[in-house]
Each structure stands twice: as structure tokens, then as C-alpha cells.
Write a protein that binds this ligand. Structure first.
Ligand code: ZN
Ligand code: ZN
Length: 767
């Protein structure tokens, strides 16, 4: 992510569109509104600064001057009849430099006009109020559209920015829409040591709502680079963006709403009043801004260097205020309910409550797994090992540290070194592995492989380390030390389809156990790639066939992301949806033509095997009779750490029996039943179930209550009657009707039923 006022891709979020757009740009409500007439009584209550800072006035003066010139230029443009072709093929007539997308929408229908957030003119995002310049294709996007959401939240960031300037007189840095969490933020500098407090949130919301009420239009203005530098001379942040983004001798744009004029390429909603529901959510301190690309298995094509704010890690602290907005109030209320539910499910909180794991300053980003957390970890591990046996994967173990030579061969040294922990041993540089692939290539090349050995499905639970920036670490979702259910499939080109179908089946089986739904996307050959076009085409075709086949089986769909593959092979993105319908990327299926070449991997081909022609750029042409394997990087769970974080929130800490670290609690009704309780414990424990017994001095009711809070799936209450009949009384966590004394269940029957529940890995907590 580059620091810019431009946009980042936001995530899908809920929200019904309903808005009102003016047919032509309204006038800015009351020139210098903030100066003379802030929101009612605002100054009195200390909501805003008593007067606007000098830099704001300077900006406005310059804006007026250039705007006058600009308006004259536009007025002088030739008015010609133009044809506007709509998405459905229909054509509308208009006048160049006069007709706007907004007026076209209004002409079609009021409801369409009200629904529309932004226009797409010949594929370019275009303000609804910006005149069309020539005949064009026009699409109208509503809030449900991904790009429209970005524009909507981006526009909302301006509102927040204006409120911040008016309250603090601060300098705005970067204010993009965001995907995760959905919404937007604005980074602020020059706060004179003031820390944004909780009460500022309310104040900013009040000012923002007054800005929204004023329906300030977003006014677009083109300016030269020199004019931009003059306008923003007060801020080294904006100066930085201008120099980064605007080549000498070219123009860029600013947008004005109210007293705020911001360097921005736009576009925006027509006016601030389109933002019907607005909320300031969070304030955080960003002492060092460092942006990094998310990583996948294998090499990332885009080497995104660690970009410190203004290239300086010791830069002054910047404060980030985030918010959310919607085109209607109901959507905001729903979103707030969602946030409250998500907060309840927060895995860090549940991890602490259930004593699953913790973090400590002695090793940031590396999890201390407590006994109960380790149980979950191991259960997932066992699940994968079972699946591996069924599906013909073979487990290997490989080193954790390798000399830099290996990383040079794999290409990590050039592309990925900054994400690795490196150190000296006996005057040689080593790196801790961030992924298993290079080690697996070593295993392959060591093994004199023939076609009969393929496909070789090589699995490894090895410990991986990635040098995540300490400020980016976050619970289990972003860690430095983790393990994956990582595997590499080495196969022939002919085997790609069958192997990919096997991967899908694997995903389906495992995600089904968690109750996840998921979506598949194929990312194909990017502009820059290695290898042979024919092999790419063939591989992509096989992936398409495999996808078609699979989605038909599960009655689903897949999408294509043309040109979005890695430089070394096409990939399949797997998006998982949890119980709150949040999206995650866990699994990976990535074809790789690169590493096998770099490691000069080859196998003895079958006699009649039709081998693909060697790529022209292959650094290691194969001798006759040898084939080069294709490598498939794949993971289902991805990082165990991250997956456990996701599962904790997905289940809200109410683990399904098979995955639960606390399956059964035995509670004796009186101390003289302690022996029987212990005997029950030992019977179930011996069969591999996690069973505890509460022999403490609390009352029966208190013990049961504690067991419930700790989310034991079942609580066995044992009294004299149970002891005599060698039975238990079972309370089911998820079944209210079992919370009073019920039937006596013989021990063997209870054991059989629970073992079955565990073996079947059912989500439902039912015997
Ligand atoms: Zn903007
Ligand atoms: Zn890999």
C-alpha cells in the first residue's frame, strides 16, 4: 500500500443504498462556514478552534483564484452533441462539458439517481457532477459495488479530515478507504503533543454530522504541480505526496468540501449530504508507519519495500482516526451490532478467558501456547495427519535454518530477505525459513525421482518464522512464528488437473468440518511472468476444468481474476466465510513453474511420456528422457495460529466437541463422591477425552456455573444415585433442557456416544 490520499480496495460491507444527489453542484454552504458559523454553539462548547488556522485561509484564497480561471476554461470549451452509451446498450444524447452522469441518471429514473454513488466513464471512475467531455460509455454504480464503496468511504474520509482540521488545526496525512476493517481512516500530524482522546471522538462525530447536514459539494479543481506545492506549502506530508505522485510539468487535482481542500484524485460522492450515517470508531497512535504487502506461500512478485513514513522510521508520531459510514442509518446500526458481536468473539479475549495462549514482550509475535490451547493445536494437527494418510500425502521434516546459498537459489534473497530473520553462524549468513518450499526442493532433488514416484505429495508441519514488523503484530492473526499444514505436490503437467481436484476435495472436507462456506477465484498469467506461454495456457485450462468440475459437484460458482497470478504460476484464491460472514484467506493453491527450474528439478520420464517443450528462457534445459516437475504449493488451514484465531471467533469460544480443549467436567455433589468422580474421569481420560473433575470446596451450583463459563461441552453431575447405578447425569452446554437433573446414563453408553461424537467430528454438540 502506498501512502497516498488515493484509495485502497475496501471489503464488502452491508448497507442498503438510499441517497439524494443534487442535479448540479450546490454552492458551498456559507463561505468560510467553519470560521464564521461553526455548527450551532460549537465554539461555545469548545467543539472547534475559535478561528481557522492561517494555512486553511491560504488554501481557500488560492482555490478561489484558480477556480475562477478553471471555470472560464470550461465555459470556453466547445459545446457539442455527444452520445452516451449505457451499460444496457441504450444511448442517450447530451452536450459536451455540460451533461453530467448525474443528470443522465436522473433522466432515467429518480430511484436510479438516488441509488447511484459514482459513475464509470469509459472505464474511469467519474464524479456524478463532473461534465462529460465527449461521447462515452457510462455505467452507474451503487453502494453495493466494490468501487462505489471505496468512493463512498473515501469521501467520508474527507468529512473526517475536515472535522479534524476544524477541531485540532492539525495537518492531514493520508486518508484512504480500508478493506479490513471496512471504512476509512485519516492520519493526522502536527498535533502539538495533543493525544486524541475518547471525548474527541464524540466531538468529531458532531462536527462531521454538521458537515453532512450542510451538504457541502465536493468541488474538483485541476492545478499545476507548482500551484499544488504552493497551496500545500505548510505541510511536508502533502509536499511528499505531490512530489511522489505528480511528475514535473503535469497537473493533478484537489477537491474542496467546506473549508477543506485536499490533494486528491477523486472521485467522490456529489456532496457530503450523501453520507447519511457516519460514525467515528477508533483512535490509535501510529508511531511508525510501515506498509507491507501481504504474503502468500512462495515468492511475492511485487517486492514492496518497507516504506516508512517519509522514509524515516523515527518519524514523529502520527495519530490515526478511523470511521465507518453508510448511505442509510439502518445499515450503520447493523454494522455496530456486528462490531459488538465481533468484540465479544475477539480471539485475544477468549484466548485469555479460556487460558489458551498468551504473548510476552520477550518474544513479540511468538505465541506461548498453554495446555488447553495446545490441545486445539494438536487436534488440528491430528486431523491433517489423518487426511494426509487418506489422501496419499507423505510427511517430511526439514531444517529450520539454511545458509544464504539456498535462499539465493530459491530467489528469496533477492525478493524476500527483509521478511526473514538472518544471522551469522561461524562467519556464514543463515536465514530462518519463512516457508518450506526450498527445503522440499532439496528433498526432491536428492531423491532420484522417476515418473513412477509422481505425484509426490510432500507435507511438512515445520516451524516458520517471518520478520513481521512489530507494529503490525496482532494476536494470532499476524505472528512471527507459526506452523502451517504446508505441502508441495510435485507432479507432471498431465497430473495438474487431478491434483488440483484433489486439493479442492481436501478443502471441502476440512472446511465442512468447521461449517465454513468458501469461494474460489482463479488468478491467471500476469504481464510479467516466467516460462512458456503454452504451458501457462495449458495449466490455466486445466485449472478451469478442475474448477468447473468441482463447483458443479458442490453447486457453487467460481470467478476469474485475469492477470492476477504470481509471476511464477497461476493460483487459486480461496475465500472463507465465518459465522459473521467475514472473509478470510486461509488456504492456498498455487502452481509454480519457477522453483523447479531454479533448483534444476528433474525426473526420469516414462518411455511414452509426451514432454512439453522446454521454455525458451529455461536456464537449465533438460537432457533427453527427463521431465521437469510442476510444483503446487498448497495449504488448507494455512497457519495454525491464524486458523485457531479465526476458529475461536467463528465458534465464539464454544468449541465443537472434537476440537474442544474442555470436553467434560465431572462435578460430584458431595465430597464423599469424589472417588467415584475420579474413577469416571479416569475411564474417559483413558479413551483420549479431555475430562476434568472439580473436587474444590465450592457449592455444587457454583461448580456447575464455572464449568458452563469455561465452555465445557458436557458436565457430568454425579451423586449417590449415580454412583450406585454406575451412571452419570449429563448437562449439555448447548441444550437448555438438560440443565436440570435428567436421566441417568450408564457410563458405557455415555462413553460410546461421546467417542462417536468425537470421531464423527460433528459441529453440533449433541449425543
Ligand atoms: Zn478524495
Ligand atoms: Zn510453498
Amino acid at each position: 500500500m502506498a501512502p497516498d490520499t488515493a484509495v485502497d480496495p475496501p471489503n464488502a460491507a452491508e448497507g442498503a443504498p438510499a441517497q439524494e444527489l443534487p442535479s448540479r453542484p450546490a454552492k458551498q454552504p456559507k463561505e468560510k462556514a467553519a470560521k464564521e458559523k461553526p455548527a450551532k454553539g460549537a465554539k461555545k462548547e469548545g467543539l472547534e478552534l475559535p478561528g481557522l488556522p492561517e494555512f486553511i485561509q491560504h488554501r481557500l484564497d488560492l482555490f478561489h483564484k484558480i477556480k475562477a480561471r478553471n471555470d472560464a476554461e470550461i465555459a470556453a470549451k466547445p459545446r457539442e452533441e455527444i452520445t452516451i452509451t449505457l451499460g444496457n446498450g441504450k444511448e442517450e444524447k447530451g452536450t459536451s462539458w455540460e451533461t453530467t452522469p448525474g443528470s443522465i441518471a436522473r433522466g432515467i429514473s429518480k430511484s436510479l439517481f438516488e441509488r447511484t454513488v459514482i459513475a464509470l466513464v469509459d472505464g474511469e471512475l467519474w464524479d456524478l457532477t463532473r461534465p462529460l467531455e465527449k461521447s462515452c460509455k457510462l455505467e452507474l454504480l451503487d453502494f453495493e459495488h466494490k468501487e462505489a464503496k471505496k468512493v463512498f468511504w473515501h469521501s467520508s474520509a474527507h468529512v473526517l479530515g475536515e472535522a479534524c482540521e476544524r477541531r485540532f488545526g492539525c495537518y492531514l496525512c493520508n486518508g484512504p478507504p480500508t478493506e479490513d476493517p471496512p471504512g476509512f481512516y485519516y492520519d493526522m500530524a502536527n498535533m502539538d503533543g495533543r493525544v486524541v482522546a475518547e471525548e474527541d471522538k464524540k466531538a468529531l462525530e458532531t462536527i462531521s454530522n454538521s458537515i453532512i447536514k450542510e451538504k457541502q459539494p465536493f468541488e474538483r479543481l485541476e492545478m499545476t504541480k507548482d500551484e499544488l506545492l504552493e497551496m500545500f506549502r505548510y505541510s511536508k506530508y502533502k509536499e511528499y505526496f505531490i512530489n511522489q505522485r505528480v511528475p514535473d510539468g503535469t497537473k493533478s487535482t484537489v477537491y474542496r468540501c467546506g473549508p477543506l481542500i485536499d490533494l486528491c484524485r477523486g472521485p467522490h460522492v456529489p456532496h457530503t449530504g450523501n453520507i447519511k450515517a457516519f460514525s467515528v470508531l477508533k483512535v490509535s497512535r501510529v508511531s511508525q508507519l510501515k506498509y507491507r504487502q501481504d504474503r502468500d506461500l512462495g515468492l511475492t512478485a511485487d517486492k514492496n519495500s518497507a516504506a516508512y513514513w517519509l522514509g524515516n522510521s523515527d518519524n514523529e508520531s502520527v495519530q490515526r482516526i478511523s470511521g465507518i459510514s453508510f448511505p442509510d442509518k439502518k445499515a450503520l446500526e447493523e454494522y455496530k451490532t456486528f462490531l459488538a458481536e465481533a468484540a465479544k468473539r475477539n480471539h485475544r479475549k477468549i484466548g485469555q478467558d479460556q487460558k489458551l495462549f498468551f504473548f510476552d514482550e520477550v518474544s513479540p509475535g511468538s505465541t506461548f501456547w498453554l495446555p488447553h490451547g495446545t490441545r486445539i493445536y494438536n487436534t488440528l494437527h491430528t486431523l491433517m495427519q489423518e487426511q494426509y494418510r487418506k489422501r496419499g500425502f507423505q510427511e517430511v521434516m526439514s531444517p529450520n535454518m539454511y545458509k544464504s546459498d539456498l535462499w539465493k537459489t530459491s530467489g528469496h534473497w533477492g525478493h524476500y530477505a527483509e521478511n526473514m530473520f538472518t544471522f551469522e553462524v561461524e562467519k556464514e549468513t543463515f536465514g530462518l525459513k519463512p516457508m518450506n518450499c526450498p527445503g522440499h526442493c532439496k528433498i526432491f532433488s536428492h531423491s532420484d525421482v522417476t515418473y513412477k514416484d509422481l505425484p509426490w505429495r510432500m507435507a511438512d508441519f515445520g516451524v516458520l518464522h517471518r520478520n513481521e514488523f512489530s507494529g503490525a503484530l496482532s494476536g494470532l492473526t499476524r505472528v512471527r512464528r507459526f506452523q502451517q499444514d504446508d505441502a508441495h505436490i510435485f507432479c507432471t503437467v498431465d497430473q495438474i488437473r487431478q491434483e488440483i481436484e484433489g486439493c479442492f476435495d481436501f478443502l471441502y472436507a476440512v472446511y465442512g468440518l468447521f461449517g465454513f462456506t468458501f469461494k474460489l477465484k482463479l488468478s491467471t498469467r500476469p504481464e510479467k511472468f516466467i516460462g512458456d506461454v503454452a504451458i501457462w495456457d495449458m495449466a490455466e485450462d486445466k485449472l478451469r476444468q478442475a474448477l468447473d468440475n468441482f463447483v458443479e459437484k458442490i453447486n457453487s460458482k467460481w470467478e476469474e481474476n485475469p492477470g492476477d497470478g504470481a509471476f511464477y504460476g497461476p493460483k487459486i484464491d480461496i475465500t472463507v466465510y465465518d459465522a459473521l460472514r467475514r472473509e478470510f484467506q486461509c488456504g492456498t493453491i498455487q502452481l509454480d513453474f519457477n522453483l523447479p527450474r531454479r533448483f534444476k528439478l528433474r525426473y526420469v520420464a516414462g518411455k511414452d511420456e509426451k514432454l512439453p517443450e522446454a521454455a525458451a528462457d529455461d536456464p537449465d534445459p533438460l537432457p533427453q528422457g527427463y521431465g521437469r516437475p510442476v510444483m503446487i504449493h498448497r495449504a488448507v488451514l494455512g497457519s495454525f495460529e491464524r486458523m485457531i484465531g479465526i476458529l475461536t471467533e467463528h465458534f465464539a469460544g464454544k468449541w465443537p466437541f472434537w476440537l474442544s480443549p474442555r470436553q467434560i467436567l465431572v462435578v460430584p455433589v458431595m465430597p464423599n463422591l469424589n472417588d467415584y468422580a475420579k474413577e469416571v474421569q479416569s475411564i474417559f481420560n483413558d479413551k483420549g477425552l479431555f475430562i476434568d473433575v472439580d473436587l474444590g470446596s465450592n457449592t455444587l451450583q457454583k461448580k456447575i456455573r464455572t464449568g458452563q463459563l469455561e465452555q465445557y461441552n458436557f458436565i457430568f453431575v454425579v451423586g449417590a444415585e449415580e454412583e450406585k447405578s454406575r451412571t452419570v447425569n449429563i448437562r449439555n452446554r448447548d441444550d437448555q433442557s438438560t440443565q436440570a437433573k435428567g436421566d441417568l446414563v450408564p457410563l458405557q453408553e455415555a462413553l460410546d456416544k461421546l467417542l462417536k461424537l468425537k470421531e464423527e467430528r460433528r459441529i453440533e454438540n449433541r449425543l
